[in-house]
Ligand binder design. Structure first.
Ligand code: SF4
Ligand code: SF4
Length: 379
């Protein structure tokens, strides 16, 4: 490389100049037979940007052709017809595919004797149910990417709460937090109970663009969550945070004020729902009157129960905030009064009193200074 003034002449191609290889077509194998309510599948259908229909109909430029197999959404006759691509992938006859798991993973090892916690199809030779665990063991190592949809699949969620009989856990607890898919991706966790529709579809779209060879891997944090979605707290995006700052707290659930004293965990929860809304910017949680119960968090639900009690730490922070918040609220109320008055030259009288000077030039002294520049009085 030689550098002259203002110009650069490259003597060789950058090493990454070759076209990145990507897939033109990819299959999504979605298993919701974890300990699951199918709420994440249902939630996903509410996404508008992008809509799942747009993805499967090939309406998004640059994405591979997507073959979606989800029991709620797929146009199949069910039964063996639905299971066919899953069986083919397990035999190593279908690739590339993205494995999506919905629901938490039960612990089969704690069962003594026969039985299973949850299953998906039967063994064709024996007729015995095939457990979710069997399917994960078969499919996860062959999958180009593995995605966990919802807090149950990511971290165990409600089915893994204290006292559960199934020993349920999240996918990374089952496969290992350092698991890498055939496409060299870690598990991609999209928590939420359920997933916020566009949080999931944005993440899936990023994974698909990566599969197409036109995007880097999605950036994930140490809990394998997409950083751009879960990097900020609920509180940082809550439009009730001004009430918090002014130490103005709701005492019941019918108040428009900050709900921290009636159970909101927003200040310590990673989630973007109040900022994003639920569908098309409408809805949410604390922004529209529902306390944040921390449904996206690895410690959910046990760390945050009982939900409607004041969170640990909220009492201290609200006490520390009280002198400042009460003073600032009072001062803002005082300044709010003049800010609500119009200027006195807004009138219908016979004289123009706005201070307009047709001969005004910058720097020229004038006795006829505008009321605004002269510090005009408000009515
Ligand atoms: S309602 Fe919750 S998230 Fe919103 S400002 Fe109050 S504590 Fe923060
Ligand atoms: S704001 Fe709280 S309760 Fe609502 S989706 Fe996010 S983590 Fe769950």
């Amino acid at each position: 490389m030689s550098i002259e003034s203002g110009t650069r002449t490259w003597q060789q191609e950058p090493s990454a100049a070759g076209r990145r290889e990507g897939f033109d077509e990819i299959t999504i194998l979605w298993i919701s037979e974890g300990m699951s309510c199918d709420g994440d599948t249902v939630s996903m259908t509410a996404s508008g940007q992008p809509a799942i229909e747009d993805v499967v109909l090939g309406l998004i430029p640059g994405l591979p052709k997507v073959n979606l197999h989800n029991k709620v959404l797929s146009p199949s006759e069910g039964g063996e017809d639905f299971l066919r691509p899953f069986r083919a992938a397990a035999r190593g006859e279908l690739e590339p595919f993205i494995l999506v798991i919905e629901g938490s993973i039960p612990n089969q090892n704690i069962i003594s004797g026969d039985g299973f916690w949850t299953s998906f199809g039967n063994d064709l030779e024996t007729g015995e149910p095939l457990t979710l665990n069997w399917w994960i063991d078969q499919l996860a190592p062959k999958a180009w990417a593995v995605v966990a949809a919802g807090t149950c699949a990511t971290y165990g969620g409600i089915h893994a709460m204290a006292g559960n009989p199934t020993g349920s856990m999240g996918l990374a607890d089952y496969l290992g937090w350092d698991f890498k898919s055939a496409g060299a991706l870690p598990i991609v966790n999209v928590p939420g109970c359920p997933i916020q529709p566009e949080n999931f579809m944005e993440t899936l779209t990023w994974v698909l663009y990566h599969a197409a060879g036109s995007a880097p891997p999605p950036p994930l944090d140490e809990k394998l969550r997409p950083q751009w979605l879960f990097g900020k707290t609920v509180h940082e995006g809550c439009d009730r945070a001004a009430y918090y700052e002014q130490s103005d707290f709701a005492k019941d659930y019918n108040s428009p004020k900050c709900q921290v004293k009636v159970g909101c965990w927003g200040p310590v929860v990673n989630c973007n729902v109040p900022k994003r809304g639920w569908m098309s910017g409408v809805g949410g949680c604390p922004n529209v009157g529902g306390i944040c119960i921390a449904c996206t968090m690895p410690g959910f639900p046990d760390m945050f129960m009982p939900f409607m009690d004041e969170p640990t730490g909220a009492g201290l922070s609200s006490i520390l905030n009280k002198p400042y918040g009460a003073f600032i609220r009072r001062m803002r109320a005082i300044t709010n009064y003049p800010a609500n008055q119009e200027a006195k030259w807004h009138h219908n009288g016979p004289e123009l009193t706005s201070g307009y000077d047709p001969y005004w030039r910058p720097g020229r002294k004038s006795d006829n200074r505008s009321p605004a520049r002269a510090g005009g009085q408000h009515r």
